[in-house]
Design a protein around this ligand. Sequence first.
Ligand SMILES: [Ca+2]
Ligand SMILES: [Ca+2]
Length: 241
Amino acid sequence: MVLTDNLVGYYALDGDVTDSTGNQDGTNNGASGSATGGLIGGRYVFDGVNDYIDSNWNNAQNDNKGGFSVSLWIKSSTSKSGGEEYVFGCISETGSPDAAFGIKISTSDYASMIVHGTGGSPNHEFDNVNIIDGSWHHLVGVLTGTNVEFWVDGTRKVNAAYTFIGNVILEYDSFIGSTNNRNGGPYTNFAGEIDEVGIWTRQLSSDEIAELYNGGSGLAYPFTGGPSGSLDNSVFFGGNF
Ligand SMILES: [Ca+2]
Ligand SMILES: [Ca+2]
């Protein structure tokens, strides 16, 4: 397994919103991009009012609960005490309550993740560590097939068994810098900077998340410069694993 396996969208945000995988380029709606100033290369700056990037990625045909991961970096020094702000997400219309997946900042300025399954079930919602400090932070949300994981700066802060009963079908485009509210536009926009957004239709392993975090330096697509490079682990470790 290599990091590019099941990578369905990667937005380096180096002054444009192209998808490095070639699957679907994003569409920028007001955010300000540049070729420099990011964690790796450039990044986009969001005003917290109406800026967002439509990833143009959706997955209406699949239950993402079976395996799904989103990795991104954020930087902000603007307190969210006036209202939570999404940095990535989609709220679907399938089922009641709606399916949803989101990474956001709570009103306590905590990194947070939310997952809804369809069909009437409890939310998974996780507050964690305060990250509104003007520095870059790595956030990864993972659905493993049985558990929800939330990683902050290379550490798994949450590992909780699913309690919801339904599917996590993301039938509309996921947004970067906000969340898509039932295909009705952005909801709770983010004020700050976002860089290196990746979407996988599988679980990322702890080793892979460590590679992406890379001691706080990040790892540029196509992920050939990390601790174990792009080598398949079965080859790297001599096929014993
Ligand atoms: Ca970048
Ligand atoms: Ca604006």
